[in-house]
Design a protein around this ligand. Structure first.
Ligand code: PLP
Length: 420
C-alpha cells in the first residue's frame, strides 16, 4: 500500500496538496485527513475478507474518528458503523450510514440511548450484561419492536497490547465471562421482543499479533456450538476490531492472514461475519499540523514548544504513545529536541531527545499517524479551543470541522444568581 503523506521536493504533501498550504489557510493546530488513504485502508479490508467470504459487514468503529466527512466517505464505500453512544448514532445517521449496518457496542447504554437505537431500527445491539439484556427486552416490548442482539463475551485472552487498551481479559470491565454466557443465552430465549442471534467479541486495540485473535475466535466458535445445542439460533459472529498500525516500527498484521484465520476458525459455523476496525482505517490517514511557538534552551536541552498540546492529542500523555514529528519543510542540521506543548503539565510532552532537522519559531510540523483517537479525544483543558479538522482528496482540500473559538467555550459558563 502506498502512503499518501510523503515528501516531494523536500515539502511534506498529503496526496497532491502541500500540507503547509492547509495549515496557512485554516490555522494551527489543525487535524488533516487523507480521503485517499482512508479509502485505501477500507478497500484493503474489504478485499482481504472477500478473498474468503461474501457474507460480511465492515462496521467502522466510529469512536476512532467520528468526523461526519470521514463517515460519509466510508459510507460511500459501503461501510457500516460500530457505535458506542447515542451521539455516535446521530453522527452515523447524519453521514447516511444505513441503520441496517449499524451495531451498537458499549458497557453503559442508557435507556434513552437504547430507545433511540431501537426506534432507528439498527442491525443489532451488542449486550454487555444481564441487566442490559433485560432493559433492551423491556424497552423493545414497550415500543412493540423486536431487536436482534449479540452478547459480547469476554474470552479471557491476553491481547498483548497496552494495558489501557486491552479489553478481553477476565479482570476487564468488558463483556460477559464466557463461562456465564450459555446461561445468559438461555435467559434470552425466554425474554420477549429480543432475538439473541449473535456472539460478539473485541479483545483490545493496537494488536500486532494474530495469535490472541485466533485463541479468542476459537473460544467463540466453541461457544456457538454449545449455544446451538441448547437451542439458540446463532447466525452472526461479530469479531470486533483492534488490528494495529505502524506508529514507529511495529509490523501490522497481514489482513489476508487474518482473513485466512477467520476462514479456518469461524466460517465453518456458516455465520454472517461482522468486523469493527477503527484505528486501522483512519490512523495513518491523519496528521496534526502544528506551528513552533518557540525554541527554548534548557539545561543541556532544547525544548521545541509547539502550539499543539496534550488537549489536542492525548495519546502520548495517556498511553505513552509514540507519534513521529516531521517538519513540513525538510532540511536543516539534525538537532536533539524535547518536543512539548504549551499546556501546564509535565505530561504534555511528545518526545524526549528526538532528532529533528533544526527548527525555529514559526516553522510548521506534522505530528504523524494522528487520524485515530486524536481529534475525538481532545479536550478544552487550559481553555484551549478544539482544533479544526481538514480533509484532502487529490488536489482539493477543505474544512471538515471548524476550529472552536474561545467564545464558544466562555459563553456556556454561568454564574448562578445566588452566587452573583
Ligand atoms: C474501540 C472498539 C473497536 C475498534 O478498535 P480499533 O482498535 O480502533 O480497531 C471495535 N469494537 C469495539 C467494541 C470497540 O470498543
Amino acid at each position: 500500500m502506498t502512503k499518501t503523506t510523503a515528501y516531494k521536493n523536500s515539502r511534506l504533501r498529503m496526496e497532491d496538496v502541500e500540507l503547509a498550504s492547509v495549515a496557512e489557510k485554516f490555522g494551527t493546530p489543525l487535524y488533516c485527513y487523507s480521503a485517499g488513504q482512508i479509502e485505501q485502508n477500507f478497500d484493503a479490508y474489504r478485499r482481504a475478507l472477500k478473498s474468503v467470504t461474501d457474507d460480511f459487514t465492515i462496521c467502522y468503529a466510529t469512536k476512532a474518528n467520528s468526523n461526519i466527512a470521514v463517515l460519509s466517505l466510508l459510507q460511500k464505500r459501503g461501510a457500516g458503523a460500530d457505535i458506542v453512544s447515542g451521539g455516535e448514532l446521530r453522527r452515523a445517521l447524519a453521514a447516511g450510514i444505513s441503520p441496517r449496518k449499524i451495531v451498537y457496542s458499549g458497557v453503559g447504554k442508557s435507556d434513552e440511548e437504547i430507545t433511540f437505537a431501537i426506534k432507528t431500527g439498527i442491525m443489532q445491539i451488542n449486550v454487555e450484561s444481564e441487566p442490559e439484556l433485560e432493559a433492551i427486552s423491556r424497552i423493545a416490548k414497550k415500543l412493540k419492536k423486536t431487536v436482534d442482539v449479540s452478547i459480547r463475551i469476554n474470552p479471557n485472552v491476553d491481547a498483548k497490547t497496552h494495558a489501557k487498551i486491552t479489553t478481553g481479559k477476565k479482570e476487564n470491565k468488558f463483556g460477559i465471562d464466557i463461562e456465564f454466557a450459555p446461561a445468559l443465552y438461555k435467559r434470552a430465549l425466554k425474554l420477549p421482543n429480543i432475538n439473541a442471534v449473535g456472539v460478539a467479541v473485541h479483545i483490545g486495540s493496537q494488536l500486532t499479533s494474530l495469535a490472541p485473535y485466533k485463541r479468542a475466535y476459537a473460544r467463540v466458535a466453541d461457544l456457538v456450538r454449545i449455544l446451538r445445542k441448547q437451542g439458540n439460533n446463532i447466525t452472526r459472529v461479530d469479531l470486533g476490531g483492534g488490528i494495529g498500525i505502524t506508529y514507529r516500527n511495529e509490523t501490522p498484521i497481514d489482513l489476508y492472514l487474518y482473513a485466512l484465520m477467520v476462514r479456518d476458525v469461524i466460517l465453518p459455523l456458516g455465520v454472517h461475519i461482522v468486523v469493527e476496525p477503527g484505528r486501522s482505517i483512519v490512523g495513518d490517514a491523519g496528521v496534526l499540523l502544528s506551528r513552533v511557538v518557540s525554541v527554548k534552551k534548557g539545561h543541556n536541552k532544547n525544548f521545541l514548544i509547539l502550539d499543539a498540546a496534550m488537549n489536542d492529542l492525548m495519546r502520548p500523555a495517556l498511553y505513552g504513545a509514540y507519534h513521529a514529528v516531521l517538519p513540513l519543510n525538510k532540511g536543516g542540521k539534525p538537532t536533539l529536541y524535547d518536543i512539548v506543548g504549551p499546556v501546564c503539565e509535565t505530561g504534555d510532552t511528545l518526545h524526549i531527545d528526538e532528532k529533528l532537522p533544526q527548527l525555529k519559531a514559526g516553522d510548521l510540523v506534522a505530528i504523524m499517524t494522528a487520524g485515530a483517537y486524536g481529534a475525538v479525544m481532545s479536550s478544552n483543558y487550559n481553555t484551549r479551543p478544539l482544533a479544526g479538522e481538514a480533509i484532502v482528496q487529490g488536489k482539493k482540500f477543505g474544512l471538515a470541522r471548524k476550529p472552536q473559538t474561545v467564545d464558544d467555550l466562555v459563553k456556556n459558563d454561568v454564574i448562578p444568581g445566588w452566587l452573583a
